[in-house]
Design a protein around this ligand. Sequence first.
Ligand code: URA
Length: 217
Amino acid sequence: MIPIDPQARANVHLIDHPLVQHKLTLMRKKEASTNNFRRLLNELSSLMAYEVTRDMATQDVHIETPLEPMEAKMIDGKKLVFVSILRAGNGILDGVLSVVPGARVGHIGLYRDPKTLQAVEYYFKMPKNMEERDVVVVDPMLATGNSAAAAVTRLKACRPKSIKFLCLLTCPEGINTMHKLHPDVHIYTAAIDRELNDHGYILPGLGDAGDRIFGTQ
Ligand code: URA
């Protein structure tokens, strides 16, 4: 078990709402069916979307209610972008889009070259005008942090206004790696688990998120 760098920990927003924690516990159970796992992930993602968008800028607009005119708040600026790290990140999209239906969606596909151990990009598709947009990268598991950090590095080439990282679970290794390479990126998570095993899985964790979402175990 490695310690979390205190400066890295300061970038982590732990979403400890009882509903989030309850649903996460149900998802962790090994007997959760694919159907239930997916439904819970959907519900959890929409709850977490509230937290990750809490500081979105608003502007006052002039409207008329049936009774009188007023200045009321609306979200300011270009549409937010949710960027899914393939494939497990796709499991988070429906939930976050149910809360921010106008958001745009980008996808990043990376695999680790077994010889060089470097992240290799096989897919990258983003909306236009990224330099005017805030980005939330989504992936259920922030484990070693290597592919997440590589995805953020690649995204930064598009010069978005800001980048946040939304996951269900992380661990000290993932938090430290992200902070070392991207100290500007804040992590939103429902839990910080104990450690990684020798295969890069989070313990106690919930297993392989992609397999559990898509039923490919
Ligand atoms: N990816 C997963 O799906 N699960 C883990 O525990 C770690 C990485």
